[in-house]
Design a protein around this ligand. Structure first.
Ligand code: AMP
Length: 394
């Protein structure tokens, strides 16, 4: 069977999924991950019905870096499934101003994407490492880059700018927005779930360890809570979300925090973790009786409500609100708290449907639709990869 490999590479883990691609139809076959790269490497994988296929640990030297992790996982897939993909689809965080669509990767494209490293120094190099590895090992294998920024590239100039001198915009300091593959998937699902809503004004909330919200007008992104980096907007597991730049100046100048430490602080020590002092995980906060945990959850919902107000203004009203990702799909408590903040727009929750995690969680008389729709960024990448292959663009 023809297969497409989807790769999502981070600094210490490589997530992979294999999709069968028969006659233009995609079927998920394997979902796996190598984590703890360079420290405590482990490979884990399961089939779509949840059957464990492998749980194996390795010595750090056996899986020292991302290319080694790819080698291990590809070797395992080959042995077990005789797997040789016809294409590899990669999640790449940044497509910069140029890439508003997925693209078949050539040396020229890769050079372009490497030039974007300063815009996403934590993620872009890790995303591109497997591309280089496949290029040298299997030079003829089509590889496709799918960007977190691409879905937002058609934003109008007002949404795309910061109020700073224009030459910064020209050199790439723009409000890109992220989680685009997730929002693109949600927009496509909405066409099935609620076609009349899909044509209207929707806020999609990707609430996971990273969190953002996107304003969708007739299925197209017109505004995002994230901007130049994945730090802005909503508070997240370990990131603060919107923060007055004056605080950063204070940390740099008065607290003498070196830039690298400030970066680690902003990505790793803030958000729910920093605020609660307990955990970045909503499950821990929900289970805790500590008032700081309750405060952090309340803060998260409060900020989501504020940002929803801004996005509703961008849309000129609101027809529906969609919850997705780890928190959005699983936390009835957080959903209820956020819907409460949408009350002024008319949203009314059906508490039973919410507790049951049903697809539609709005009360019958709610003029605003409320939905829980699981996201699937990997399927979106596989779809894009297959579409480019079928268009013969390699
Ligand atoms: P993601 O980045 O989309 O995988 O989301 C990860 C986050 O989702 C975790 O850090 C948790 O905060 C949250 N999460 C996952 N499962 C649950 C659950 N059952 N209840 C509440 N929160 C959850």
């Amino acid at each position: 069977m023809d297969t497409i490999l989807v790769v999502n590479a981070g600094s210490s883990s490589v997530k992979f999924q294999v999709f069968g691609a028969e006659t233009g139809h995609l079927t998920r076959l394997v979902k796996g991950e190598i984590d703890g790269i360079g420290t405590r490497p482990g490979m884990h994988a399961e089939s779509p019905d949840g059957t464990r296929l492998i749980d194996e640990t390795f010595e750090p030297a056996q899986v020292a870096d991302v290319p080694a992790a790819l080698e291990k996982s590809a070797g395992w897939l080959r042995e077990l499934h005789g797997f040789e993909p016809i294409a590899v689809g990669h999640r790449v965080v940044h497509g910069g101003p140029k890439y508003g669509l997925p693209v078949l990767i050539s040396e020229t494209v890769l050079a372009d994407l490497e030039r974007l490293v300063p815009l996403a120094p934590l993620h872009q190099p890790n995303n591109l490492a497997p591309v280089r590895a496949f290029m040298s090992r299997s030079p003829g294998l089509p590889q496709i880059a799918c960007f977190d920024t691409a879905f937002h590239r058609a934003h109008g100039a007002l949404a795309d700018h910061y109020a700073i001198p224009e030459h910064f915009y020209a050199e790439g300091v723009r409000r890109y927005g992220f989680h685009g593959l997730s929002y693109e998937f949600i927009a496509s699902r909405l066409l099935d779930v609620a076609p009349e809503i899909a044509a209207g004004r929707v806020i999609a909330a990707h609430l996971g360890s990273g969190a953002s919200m996107c304003a969708l007008l007739a299925g197209r992104s017109v505004e995002s809570t994230m901007g130049f980096s994945a730090l802005d907007g909503l508070p997240m597991g370990t990131r603060p979300g919107q923060i007055d730049p004056g605080v950063l100046l204070y940390l740099l100048e008065q607290k003498k925090m070196p830039p690298r430490q400030l970066q680690d602080f902003l990505y790793g020590e803030c958000g729910l973790k920093g605020l609660s002092g307990i955990s970045n995980d909503v499950r821990d906060l929900e289970a805790s009786t500590d008032s700081r945990a309750q405060f952090a959850l309340g803060y998260f919902a409060y900020r989501a409500g504020l940002e929803a107000g801004a996005l509703a203004a961008a849309l000129g009203g609101l027809d529906a609100f969609v919850f997705t990702a780890g928190i959005g799909e699983n936390s009835a408590l957080v959903r209820a708290k956020i819907v409460e903040k949408l009350g002024w727009l008319g949203a009314v929750l059906d508490p039973r449907a919410n507790a049951a995690g049903e697809q539609s969680i709005a009360a019958r008389d709610s003029p605003i639709g409320l939905y829980v729709i699981p996201t699937d960024e990997e399927l979106m990448i596989a779809r894009h990869s297959l579409a480019l292959l079928m268009a013969g663009q390699w």
